[in-house]
Ligand binder design. Structure first.
Ligand SMILES: Nc1ncnc2c1ncn2[C@@H]1O[C@H](COP(=O)(O)OP(=O)(O)O)[C@@H](O)[C@H]1O
Ligand SMILES: [Mg+2]
Length: 243
């Protein structure tokens, strides 16, 4: 048996005449953090949605734990750019909603623990409109993690935040991932974010997209982007992106 959590096997996808994803293959090990960078509109979200089971590929297959994926499942959670916190529920209720229908015991206690983990203790009873953008993003992350997903799919999760808050969220996410093991697939347009967080970075080509390069990030955490090795990597990735 391999320890591959996700196998992406020669995925292609188009919308009508438009060919978007063109033969993408890669594996993700259990517990690995893989970042995907690529030019705007190349097909990153399409690819992630196929892997997460929200969209069907025209060709190829996705296997999770060796089983072919045919739709979304509870063992993976998507965190996207636009967010999906319910405005009519409090922070605590949002997390409880995520837990409804799961078999976790002491749901209220679990919700509280994750609210604390993302630094929102004291805001359990607050409604989303009372929170800042960064705090909302924390609710989003807590709500995703509270169900203990094996796989975290993230589609430019921090791109709507300002630079400082985005940096803060990256640090938080890294700290949480040191506490709990998850397999993560992150799409980002931020090369530094990818270097800060990921074990491996896939660079995608323009549409129809395919993997144009793979970089391993062999740097210990917490990473410093000023590290010459990180800078070298950044240059190499930007060059691959044609920048
Ligand atoms: N449901 C859809 N129907 C038609 N075209 C789509 C659909 N989803 C995405 N596209 C097109 O596919 C291309 C890639 O989109 P997307 O995967 O969102 O790119 P990225 O996330 O890399 O910016 C774009 O040209 C987009 O307009
Ligand atoms: Mg996208």
């Amino acid at each position: 048996m391999s320890d591959n959590k996700i196998i992406v096997d020669d995925i292609s996808k188009g919308f009508g005449e438009l060919s978007v994803v063109d033969g993408v293959s890669f594996d993700v090990r259990d517990g690995e953090f893989v970042a995907i960078v690529g030019p705007s509109g190349c097909g990153k979200s399409t690819l992630l949605n196929i892997i997460a089971g929200f969209e069907r590929a025209d060709r190829g297959a996705v296997r999770i734990d060796g089983v072919e994926r045919i739709g979304p499942s509870r063992n993976g959670i998507m965190i996207s750019q636009q967010g999906s916190v319910f405005p009519w529920l409090t922070v605590h209720e949002n997390l409880m909603f995520g837990l409804s229908g799961t078999s976790h015991g002491d749901k209220a206690g679990l919700a509280h623990r994750y609210i604390e983990m993302v630094g929102l203790a004291g805001f359990e009873a607050a409604y989303p409109h009372e929170l800042s953008g960064g705090m909302l993003k924390r609710v989003e992350i807590a709500r995703a993690l509270v169900v203990r997903p094996e796989i975290l799919y993230m589609d430019e999760p921090f791109s709507a935040l300002d630079a400082l808050m985005s940096l803060r969220m990256q640090t938080e996410l890294r700290r949480i991932l040191d506490e709990e093991r998850h397999t993560v697939l992150l799409i980002t347009h931020d090369v530094e974010e990818a270097i800060f967080l990921a074990d491996r970075i896939l660079v995608l080509s323009p549409r129809p997209t395919t993997i144009s390069a793979t970089f391993h990030v062999d740097l210990p955490h917490p990473r410093k982007l000023s590290d010459p090795k990180a800078q070298e990597l950044r240059e190499a990735i930007l060059k691959k992106l044609g920048l």
